[in-house]
Design a protein around this ligand. Structure first.
Ligand code: HEM
Length: 397
């Protein structure tokens, strides 16, 4: 039963809710289809759990910017909460612990570049979240909890062996320095460290690398765009051995291309929030504790917000004078209090890596690879399908 004045949605089956109407391996198309029938704000039931899906810039902004704190919670009864033992930043509910950690990390932001490999498929996670009853069965979930912790322990041990006290290279070193400075309950600190390490690792590795993978896929298949970036990079960096992040202001075209890559890469397609109090959105009433699915995809390709919503075209970020402009609907990092904590770092990484690589190499789509496939693999982060590339050293400029 939908509560009074709750956002509308498709008819609900007992126990299953709407899951038969959703492709759990990639619900994005279903979200779009339901938006056509029920509007920008509608509800679905994931099993017995109601969720509100928010689509399009107007509704997303009203929720996470205008009513920021009302929508700044995180659901606390999902698989990911069990794995992270409700620690860290990303899945922490809105409140003092989240605020404290967020502040700490905002100051110490940096990341290493190893990969955390999820040991369960996305589908099993969906099942876990949809049917609470299966959580107690001897399924491979337990293994995931163990793997998750042992990955972090390896990471921390490696840091312990190679660190120089007082000269932190990243936030794990900073934690270890803190440990030496103040008397803290070791068990508690170890826990905090484990969960926060994984949080930032998870959030900061696949996101940036998948954006880069998407970037090179497009640049190989739009060689005139790649060449135009290279001409601009050569001109601006002439005589300098390295690019700096400041150079972006002199590279409007390359900036536009990188932003367009992020728009089509749609690396984090949805963000999960939770209402922190009874609230309203676009005239509907939403009770405290409701799961909110913020559909960022629907903003990044929304008709009316972009000159070319459905094609790869850097003109989306250029005005008539060829200057770089960022439309309001550019929200790959989301917005509001839960906006991506690594936005600054990610933007710097993407710019420096793209510019440095494009300056040095030409990226070529191999003839034998046939037609490129731009369809993406859905998950917590979207990635392009694996592909081959030919890399040619450019003549020194
Ligand atoms: C292209 C790269 C990236 C993209 C597209 C991206 C996108 C996002 C999105 C959409 C969210 C959810 C925001 C929300 O719930 O409304 C998020 C959260 C977060 N991101 Fe990123 N991210 C990227 C890179 C990074 C990096 C490099 C780091 C750190 C090393 C990072 C750390 C975080 C953290 C800690 C959160 C949780 C913030 C909170 O809940 O308060 N991200 N990111």
């Amino acid at each position: 039963q939908r509560p009074n004045n709750f956002p509308p949605g498709p008819p609900v089956l007992p126990l299953l809710g709407n899951i038969l109407q959703l492709n759990l391996e990639n619900p994005l198309k279903d979200f779009e289809r339901l938006r056509k029938s029920y509007g920008d704000v509608y509800s679905i039931f994931i099993g017995r759990k109601p969720a509100v899906v928010i689509n399009g810039m107007k509704a997303v902004k009203e929720a996470i910017v205008t009513k920021a704190t009302d929508f700044a919670g995180r659901p606390q009864d999902m698989f990911i909460n069990e794995v992270t033992q409700r620690k860290g930043v990303i899945m922490a509910d809105y409140g003092s612990s989240w605020r404290e950690h967020r502040r700490f990390h905002a100051n110490l932001m940096s990341s290493t570049n190893q990969k955390v490999k999820p040991s369960l498929t996305y589908l099993s996670l969906q099942l876990y979240d949809t049917f609470p009853v299966i959580r107690h069965l001897p399924l491979p979930f337990q293994k995931a909890f163990k793997n998750f912790e042992s990955l972090a322990i390896d990471l921390i041990n490696e840091h312990k062996e190679t660190r120089v006290p007082g000269e932190p290279r990243d936030f794990i070193d900073c934690y270890l320095d803190e440990l030496e400075k103040v008397f803290l309950n070791m068990r508690r600190l170890r826990h905090l460290l484990i969960m926060n390490s994984l949080d930032l690792h998870g959030a900061g590795t696949d996101t940036t690398s998948n954006s880069l993978l998407t970037g090179f896929l497009y640049l190989m298949n739009y060689p005139h765009i790649q060449e135009r970036c290279q001409q601009e990079i050569d001109r601006v960096l002439e005589g300098n051995c390295q690019a700096s992040f400041e150079d972006r202001h002199k590279m409007p075209y390359t900036q536009a291309v990188i932003h367009e890559v992020q728009r089509v890469a749609n690396t984090v397609p949805t963000a999960l929030h939770c209402t922190t109090r009874d609230t309203e959105l676009m005239g509907y009433s939403i009770p405290k504790g409701t799961l909110i699915i913020e559909n960022l995809t629907s903003v990044l390709n929304e008709e009316g917000q972009w000159k070319f919503p459905h094609e790869f075209n850097p003109e989306n970020f250029l005005n008539d004078q060829g200057e770089f402009v960022k439309p309001e609907a550019f929200m790959p990092f989301s917005a509001g209090p839960r906006v991506c904590l690594g936005e600054g770092l990610a933007r710097m990484e993407l710019f420096l890596m793209m510019v440095t690589l494009l300056r040095k190499f030409k990226f070529i789509w191999p003839e034998e690879a046939g037609e490129p496939d731009f369809t993406q693999v859905y998950g917590i982060t979207m990635s392009p399908k694996p592909y081959c590339m030919k890399v040619q050293l450019r003549a020194p400029q």
